[in-house]
Design a protein around this ligand. Structure first.
Ligand code: GLY
Ligand code: MN
Ligand code: MN
Length: 418
């Protein structure tokens, strides 16, 4: 890739600690994804990779003395072999060494080499990397598989905490304890919504007290393994004989139908269109609308209940970049006009990992808009009102397409193994 773009050296930074405004505290460190897909050093600022056009890559580590903090993260045993490792006792010395690299390009959030802007994160190179990153190695598949196994077990502990009438915070703490990971190391903040909060797509600000009544629970939470994420959502009913429990079961069946359609070459757009058809069928089946499923999709009534995309690529990014790239040259496949939130418009290729996450929600602001829209006449409002206190349902699995084209549901496999 170096030669194709006219560089002799690609330099990738893990990132730097960033001070909070008017403070001497840093934000939690998040490693540059372009760095952490090379090696499992996702908690160490001040690490740099130099990848020459030929020869062994070099890992340069800032080892400046620091009495305030625990020593920085080390590579696991056996990981040093692909890299020539150089340690520096000062940041200045490390940067001076990097400056000796010929025809460099820099990939990272800052510009310590003071390179011209055209040599920092050039768009074409970044697009090309994002495109290639869609096709993952066996090692990457194994990391995401392990992240599913750890998260699935923790999801069941969280469900039990819900059934024991815990608060959203209780549930989060139970989840973290079960997967043995600190919140700062989670691939994304835990989304744990009780009752109406299950309608908040990214409900991060968790209640610390339990509600008066437990009706429903939506948990969207993953685990990070060597920097690779799982991204799993489950919805649970408190009363097993309730209509909400039936809705969860129905959504689960529809989600499995969508997963069964995943195969190499399937278009993200087609899968998304199919998911709208399935949500429409659920709306009809539960008497939430009095028109046909086809009419629901045609009038875009479904988007009021299902306002996000069917899924996204998964890897070192929870939302992998490049989901709209048609090729390594950076051409994009735009989402259909009525579904602007769809991240993943490209064909899902062998080697990729994608989420499949249809949802059906009762979101107050969208319902308000729907009441004023022409499609309102097709809605059975008393039925909608009766389910609104349950918030909504989302079921999200991580689908691997192996190099041989086999579709493996890593999430279902993880739950089944328990
Ligand atoms: N957890 C964020 C998402 O599912 O996209
Ligand atoms: Mn997701
Ligand atoms: Mn998710």
């Amino acid at each position: 890739m170096c030669e194709a773009f006219g560089y002799d050296n690609i330099i990738v930074s893990s990132g730097v600690d960033i001070l909070q405004f008017m403070d001497d505290m840093h934000y939690p460190f998040r490693a540059n994804v372009l760095f952490k897909e090379w090696l499992p050093l996702d908690q160490r600022a001040g690490a740099y990779l130099r990848i020459p056009s030929s020869g062994r890559p070099e890992l340069l580590l800032d080892c400046t003395e620091d009495i305030w903090h625990t020593p920085p993260q080390q590579l696991p045993d056996g990981w040093d072999s692909p890299f020539e490792i150089s340690e520096f006792t000062s940041t200045v010395a490390l940067i001076e060494q990097l400056k000796t690299a010929m025809r460099p390009v820099y990939l990272g959030p800052d510009n310590p080499l003071e390179l011209p802007a055209t040599s920092c994160n050039p768009e074409r190179l970044c697009q090309s990397i994002a495109f290639q990153r869609r096709f993952k190695t066996d090692y990457e598949h194994a990391c995401i598989g392990r992240a599913n196994a750890l998260a699935a077990a923790a999801h069941l502990v969280a469900r039990d905490t819900f059934l024991a009438r815990g608060s959203e915070l209780d549930i989060k703490l139970a989840y973290l304890g079960a997967c043995g990971q600190a919140e700062v190391d989670m691939p994304y903040s835990i989304i744990a919504g009780l009752n109406e909060h299950a309608a908040v797509l990214h409900h991060y600000r968790l209640d610390t007290s339990p509600p008066d009544e437990h009706r429903s629970f939506l948990l969207d939470a993953g685990v990070s393994v060597f920097g690779y994420a799982s991204d799993i959502t489950r919805s649970w009913a408190f009363e097993q004989n309730s209509e909400y429990a039936e809705l969860v079961a129905r959504m689960d069946a529809k989600q499995l139908e969508l997963c069964a359609a995943v195969r190499p070459g399937i278009s993200g757009i087609d899968l998304h269109l199919s998911s709208h058809q399935k949500i429409a069928e659920v709306l009809v089946e539960f008497g939430l609308v009095n028109c046909s499923a086809e009419a629901c999709v045609e009038s875009d009534l479904t988007s009021y209940f299902y306002p996000h995309g069917i899924g996204h690529g998964l890897g070192v990014n929870v939302h992998e970049l490049g989901g709209r790239l048609a090729n390594a040259e950076g051409e994009e496949i735009p989402p259909p006009q009525q579904y602007p939130a769809l991240r993943n418009t490209c064909p899902w290729e062998a080697g990729s990992v994608n989420t499949v996450e249809p949802g059906l929600y009762f979101i107050p602001s969208l319902l308000e808009k729907l009441r004023a829209a022409p499609q309102s006449a097709d809605v059975v409002w008393p039925k909608v009102d009766s389910l609104q206190p349950y918030g909504g349902v989302r079921i999200e699995d991580n689908m691997l397409l192996t190099k041989d084209g086999e579709a493996i549901n890593l999430t279902r496999q993880a739950f089944a193994a328990m």
